[in-house]
Every structure is written in structure tokens, then in C-alpha cells.
Ligand binder design. Structure first.
Ligand code: NAP
Ligand code: G4F
Length: 330
């Protein structure tokens, strides 16, 4: 496996950065695609910047994708790039469709044109289950997306399957349930809560405004989930897999655990049902059944929800203390 080349779109994101770490450990030559920005946003890959090759390409521009595939001739392409924040998908539904849906076709077409032997991973999402048709959700559960983001992901999922069946591409779709960690964007609820609990504990904030505290998710740990992405591309046959922990927690549980980890009672600080954080259509609960991945990939999660939230709060405490030049414990 040494010196295989892998291309990651979305390398500056949470998963892209963890996958780059993972593939470097495995001896891969890692090519990370970044879109052009006026200033660099390489915070999550700063520690490996000199170990990977960073190339400009955009999911909105197919020629840029064909060029990069022809130049670097990868064995594997991981398509992690997306407009991935659900609330933004109502504000920018067309942009979300262009990147998160049609961007998948551009990448698949680029592979078909440049080298159809490339193995392809598509970052599908449990958001596709939306208003869930059964509990828990498996690879066979029908989709009922509840946001423009979810609709775009359904398109990306089916175009991946269609290119596999039409052109015999080695194309896999990973239906990943929510996964988090200290590198999660600040706007997603786990990081928002962890960061605010740390700030309040340090006396840097007084309250936390949230939306719906009753929503439930099957939350896992991001480094475990990028291992599953790689495992899918190492099989003899391409296939689709649900990746989940099989345990669900509410946003309220998340608040309680995060605040308790800094000896605080969340009910004194959290303001719920903040209108700006409520959604036009909610996904009330997601719970995945990853039996297929366990059986065929040998995949297992390694970190519990409680451990992960604790780890996230600790990471934010340490980062805030450094930023604000604070000493001593919270
Ligand atoms: P993320 O942190 O939001 O990262 C998204 C990445 O996509 C960033 O690197 C971003 O670049 C890049 N990107 C956005 N638009 C692009 C474009 N037009 N061309 C090229 N790159 C572009 O997301 P994540 O949490 O790592 O998730 C990775 C993938 O898994 C996404 O497709 C997401 O929808 C999917 N997913 C995530 C989860 C989860 O719980 N994390 C669950 C299921 C599926 P910039 O840095 O320049 O913005
Ligand atoms: O953390 P969230 O924004 O994640 P969401 O919407 O589940 O989407 C994430 O997971 C998907 C997998 O199912 C990915 F495909 C997607 O890219 C993304 O990574 O919200 C989780 C829940 C929601 O029910 C939301 O209504 O938390 C609830 N929530 C309550 N208050 C909040 C807030 N979410 C956010 N972001 N901010 C709040 O203040």
C-alpha cells in the first residue's frame, strides 16, 4: 500500500483533515484539493502542510478536476467537499445544489474521462433519512430529506450508484451519521455547546442561545468515521454502507454532559428555542444501524459520546486559555 496516491476534496474541512492524517499514517501520497480564497484557511491541516500536496480545484469547475486527476493519477478519490451546514442550505439552496449535488457528478465525470479505474468515495449523509421512515435506519431505509442540503445529498448518493452501474466505476457511498470532534466547525451544535461551556467556565461568556433541544442524533467521533471511508475503498466490490454508533442522544443530553464536565448546570446558561437557531423543517431524530459495516468492513466506533464531548470541551478550554493568556484551571 506504500506510496499510493489519494486525492481528497474538502481537505480543509473536519473530515478532510482527519482523513489526510489517516492516509499519511498509511504511507499514502496525499493530494488535497482547495478552492481559491483570498486568504488561506489551512488551520486544520497546518500540522501536515509540508507532508501533503495542496492543489487548487473547485467542485463548481469540472476542468479543474479533470486536470488534477490527469496530473496526479490517484488510486483513490475521496469526495468530501460540500456546502455542509444544513441551515445555510435554506439561505443558499442553489449554491448548495451546485456544490453538494452537481459537484458529485462533476467529480464522477472527471473520473470517467481521466481514469475510470480510480476508486471513488462519496460523502453521503444520514440527513437523507430526514423524516425517518423506520428506526433504526439502514442502507435499505427509504429517504425523506428535510432540507435543501438533504435533497442535494440524495442526488449525490444516487448519481454515485448510477455511475457505478452505468460505467462500472468503483464508486462507494458512505451514509455517515453525525460525527464530531475538536476540529468541528463552530456553528455545528456539538462544537457550539462545547465551546460555549468552556467560555462560560472561564468567565468569558454568560449564556448560550440554542434552537431545538429535543432533537436527537446518533453522534460519533470523526477519526473513527474517516477510517470507515478508507475501508470502503479497500474491498473487492464497491458498495454503500451506513456508519453510525447505534446510540442516540438529544441536544439537551449534549448540553448536560458538556456543562457537567466543567461542573456547571446547563439550565442556568442555556436559552432554548432561539428563533435564529430553529429550522423551517427539522430532522427530529436519527439513529443508525451499522451492522453491514461491522460485518463486512470490520468497522467499530472506538470513542463514546460522553468521552467525545469531554474531549471537545477540554480542547476548547485549552485553546481559549492560550488565546486569552489565562493560567490555572477552570
Ligand atoms: P466541512 O468541515 O464543512 O468541510 C467541507 C469542505 O468542503 C471544506 O474543505 C470546504 O472548503 C470544501 N468545499 C466547499 N465548497 C467547495 C467547492 N465548491 N469546491 C471545493 N471544495 C469546497 O464538512 P465535514 O464535516 O468535514 O464533512 C465532510 C463531508 O461529509 C461533507 O460532504 C459533508 O456534507 C459530509 N457529511 C458530514 C457529516 C458530519 O457529521 N460531519 C455527516 C455526514 C456527511 P473551505 O474550507 O474552503 O470552506
Ligand atoms: O449540529 P447540527 O447543525 O448538525 P445536522 O443538522 O444534524 O447536520 C450535520 O450532520 C449531518 C449528518 O446527519 C451532515 F450531513 C451535515 O453536513 C452536518 O454535519 O444540528 C444537529 C441538531 C439539529 O436538529 C439542530 O436543529 O441540533 C439542533 N440544534 C439545536 N440548536 C442546533 C442548535 N444546531 C445548530 N447548528 N445550532 C444550534 O444552535
Amino acid at each position: 500500500m506504500a506510496h499510493q496516491t489519494a486525492i481528497i476534496s474538502g481537505v480543509t474541512g473536519q473530515d478532510g483533515s482527519h482523513l489526510a492524517d489517516f492516509l499519511l499514517e498509511k504511507g499514502y501520497n496525499v493530494i488535497g484539493l482547495v478552492r481559491r480564497t483570498s486568504t488561506v484557511n489551512f488551520e486544520r491541516i497546518a500540522h501536515i502542510q509540508d507532508k501533503i500536496t495542496i492543489v487548487q480545484a473547485d467542485l463548481l469547475d469540472e476542468v479543474s478536476l479533470i486536470d488534477v486527476l490527469r496530473e496526479y493519477r490517484p488510486r483513490e478519490v475521496y469526495n468530501l467537499a460540500a456546502q455542509s451546514f444544513v441551515p445555510t442550505s435554506w439561505k443558499q439552496p442553489v449554491l448548495t445544489g451546485e456544490v453538494t449535488a452537481l459537484g458529485v457528478t462533476r467529480m464522477l465525470d472527471a473520473i470517467r474521462i481521466a481514469d475510470p479505474a480510480i476508486r471513488f468515495y462519496q460523502a453521503s449523509s444520514s440527513e437523507m433519512f430526514g423524516k425517518v421512515r423506520e428506526v433504526p435506519q439502514t442502507e435499505k431505509t427509504p429517504f425523506y430529506p428535510r432540507s435543501p442540503y438533504g435533497v442535494a445529498k440524495v442526488y449525490g448518493h444516487w448519481i454515485t450508484i448510477n455511475y457505478r452501474e452505468s460505467y462500472n466505476l468503483f464508486a462507494c457511498s458512505g451514509i455517515l451519521f453525525n460525527h464530531e470532534g475538536p476540529r468541528r466547525g463552530l456553528e455545528f451544535v456539538t462544537r457550539k455547546v462545547a465551546h460555549s461551556a468552556a467560555k462560560i467556565a472561564l468567565g468569558l461568556a454568560k449564556e448560550l442561545r440554542l434552537g431545538n433541544l429535543e432533537a436527537k442524533r446518533d453522534w460519533g467521533y470523526a477519526p473513527d468515521y474517516v477510517r470507515a471511508q478508507w475501508l470502503m475503498l479497500q474491498q473487492d466490490q464497491p458498495d454503500d454502507y451506513v456508519i453510525a454508533t447505534g446510540k442516540e442522544h438529544s441536544v439537551r443530553d449534549l448540553c448536560r454532559i458538556a456543562f457537567e464536565s466543567v461542573d456547571l448546570d446547563y439550565t442556568r446558561y442555556v436559552i432554548e428555542n432561539n428563533p435564529q437557531d430553529l429550522r423551517p423543517a427539522e430532522v427530529d431524530h436519527l439513529l443508525g444501524d451499522a451492522s453491514k459495516a461491522r460485518a463486512k468492513l470490520g468497522w467499530e466506533p472506538s470513542v463514546t459520546f460522553e468521552q467525545m464531548i469531554q474531549l471537545m470541551v477540554e480542547a476548547d478550554l485549552a485553546a481559549l486559555k492560550k488565546t486569552y493568556n489565562l493560567i490555572g484551571d477552570a
